[in-house]
Design a protein around this ligand. Structure first.
Ligand SMILES: Cc1cc2nc3c(=O)[nH]c(=O)nc-3n(C[C@H](O)[C@H](O)[C@H](O)COP(=O)(O)OP(=O)(O)OC[C@H]3O[C@@H](n4cnc5c(N)ncnc54)[C@H](O)[C@@H]3O)c2cc1C
Length: 392
C-alpha cells in the first residue's frame, strides 16, 4: 500500500508495479543475497535487469533523451515502496541509475551522450559517486586524489574508500584536486571515468547491514581520461558535490530510510496483533500499544517532511537547509523505529528468521553516510546562525 496520501493514481500504480516485481523476484531470495560472497552480500543484478526491462531504471532521464522524465516526487513514491522490501537494493538501483545528468554536464558530443542514455535505459550503465577517502570522510576537503593535465588528457591518481555499488559499477564520478594551490571550492574537479580506462576495485567491505548494496575501495593509478570527461566546470567539483548530495541526494535518499521505517512499523503492528501474552494480544498491552503509536507518529512526520521537500524541489521552490533536517530527522527516527520493532518482537526480533532484525541493521547507516548526523547538526546550526548564505 502506498502511504503518501497525495500520490496520484499513476504514481500509486507505478510504485505498486515496482513492489510487485520485488515481491516476486527479490523477497524470497533476500537471505540468499545477504549471505552471498562469503557473507559480504551481493547486489542482485538479475532483479536489476527485471526492473530495468519494466522501465524503472534511470527513471529521471529526460524525454528528449528517450527516458520517461519522471519528476522527483514520483521517484520518491516509487522509492519508498521499493525500500520497504530492501533499502540497500533500492538505494543501489536508484543511485546507480540517477547519474545521467553528470553525463549531460560533460563536454562529450550529443551523439556520445545519446549512446550513454541508451546504456542507462537498458540497465547497463551503472555508476558510483566517489568522494570519500581513508583520511577524508566528513572533512571531504582533505582528499588526496589528484588529476594532472597531460596534453588533451587528465591523469588521475588516488584511492577512494567506502564507495557504494563500486563492484557492479562500470563508470565512476570522481572528485580530484586539479589545483592544490587553491581553496577546495576552486581546486577540486569532478571527472567521469569509465571502468575500462584502468580503474581497479579494491577491498570489498564486510558491513553490518545493507548487504544488497556492495561497498568497496576504488583505485586510480595513472588512469587517463580525455578532457571532455570533466563534469561541469574545472575547479567547481566541490560545489557540484555539495549540490548533488545536499539537495536531491539527501531529500530523495531519505525515502530509502522511510521505507525501512514503514516496513518495521507494518511488521510490528501485525506481530503485536497476533502475539498473545498474559491472556491478551500484546498490542492491547499499553507498553507496546504506546510504542506503536510513537512509531506511527514519527513515520508520518518523516513522510510529511520528505514529500514537502520533494514537492518544493520539483516545483523549483528554494528549501534552504530543509534537506539537512530531512536527512537527520528521518534517519534518527528510522533507527529508533527499527529498534522499537525489534523490541515489539521480543526475543524473536533478535533472530535472523524474522524481518525486523535486517531492518534494524540496515537502518543504522542512514545516520552515517551522505554526511553524518553530527555534520547535519553543524550545517543546520550554521545556516540558522546566518553563516551560510546558500541556505536560508
Ligand atoms: C556503507 C557506506 C557507503 C558509503 N557510500 C559512499 C559513496 O558511495 N561515496 C562516497 O564518497 N562515500 C561513501 N561513504 C562514506 C561516508 O559518506 C562517510 O563514511 C561519512 O561521510 C563519514 O566519514 P568517516 O566515515 O570518515 O567518519 P569521520 O569523518 O571520521 O567521523 C567520525 C565521527 O566524528 C564525527 N565528526 C567528524 N567531524 C565532526 C565535526 N566537525 N563535528 C562533529 N562531529 C564530527 C562524525 O559525525 C562521526 O561520528 C559510505 C560509507 C559507508 C559506511
Amino acid at each position: 500500500m502506498v502511504n503518501y496520501r497525495h500520490a496520484t493514481e499513476e504514481q500509486k500504480e507505478l510504485a505498486m508495479g515496482a513492489r510487485k516485481i520485488l515481491e516476486k523476484e527479490l523477497l524470497p531470495k533476500i537471505a540468499e543475497y545477504e549471505e552471498a560472497d562469503g557473507g559480504l552480500g551481493q547486489y542482485p543484478l538479475d532483479v536489476h535487469y527485471k526492473l530495468a526491462e519494466a522501465g524503472y531504471y534511470a527513471m529521471n532521464i529526460p524525454e528528449e533523451w528517450g527516458g520517461l522524465g519522471f519528476d522527483i516526487v514520483t521517484e520518491g513514491v516509487i522509492a519508498e515502496e521499493m525500500a520497504k522490501i530492501d533499502a540497500g537494493f533500492t538505494m543501489g538501483f536508484h543511485n546507480c541509475g540517477s547519474y545521467f545528468h553528470f553525463i549531460l554536464d560533460t563536454k562529450m558530443s550529443d551523439e556520445e551522450k545519446a549512446k550513454w542514455a541508451q546504456r542507462f535505459l537498458s540497465g547497463d550503465a551503472r555508476g558510483s559517486f566517489c568522494v570519500t577517502e581513508a583520511g577524508a570522510g566528513s572533512d571531504a576537503a582533505a582528499m588526496r586524489t589528484t588529476a594532472v593535465k597531460d596534453g588533451d588528457e587528465w591523469v588521475i591518481n588516488g584511492t577512494k574508500c567506502f564507495i557504494s555499488m563500486a563492484p557492479v559499477s562500470n563508470f565512476f564520478v570522481v572528485a580530484a584536486w586539479t589545483d592544490k594551490t587553491k581553496k577546495v571550492s576552486e581546486g577540486v574537479t569532478f571527472f567521469l571515468v569509465e571502468k575500462e580506462r584502468g580503474v581497479k576495485i579494491g577491498k570489498k567491505e564486510n558491513k553490518m547491514g545493507l548487504h544488497l548494496n556492495e561497498t568497496a575501495e576504488v583505485i586510480f593509478e595513472d588512469v587517463r581520461v580525455p578532457a571532455d570527461h570533466v563534469i561541469g566546470e574545472e575547479g567547481k567539483g566541490f560545489i557540484i558535490s555539495m549540490q548533488e548530495i545536499s539537495m536531491e541526494g539527501r531529500t530523495l535518499g531519505a525515502t530509502f530510510a522511510l521505507g525501512i521505517a514503514q516496513a518495521a512499523l507494518d511488521y510490528a503492528i501485525e506481530y503485536a496483533k497476533t502475539r498473545r501474552q498474559f491472556g491478551k494480544r500484546i498490542i492491547d498491552q499499553q507498553g507496546i500499544g504506546f510504542k506503536l503509536a510513537d512509531m506511527q507518529a514519527r513515520t508520518e512526520a518523516c513522510r510529511s517532511m520528505i514529500f514537502e521537500g520533494l514537492t518544493c524541489l520539483r516545483d523549483g521552490i528554494p528549501i534552504g537547509y530543509l534537506p539537512n533536517m530531512i536527512k537527520m530527522y528521518t534517519s534518527d527516527c528510522t533507527m529508533q523505529t527499527t529498534m522499537d520493532a525489534v523490541q515489539v518482537y521480543g526475543g524473536y526480533g533478535y533472530m535472523k528468521d524474522y524481518p525486523v532484525e535486517r531492518l534494524m541493521r540496515n537502518a543504522k547507516i542512514f545516520q552515517i553516510f551522505s554526511g553524518t548526523n553530527e555534520i547535519q547538526h553543524k550545517n543546520i546550526m550554521k545556516a540558522m546562525a546566518g553563516r551560510d548564505p546558500e541556505r536560508k
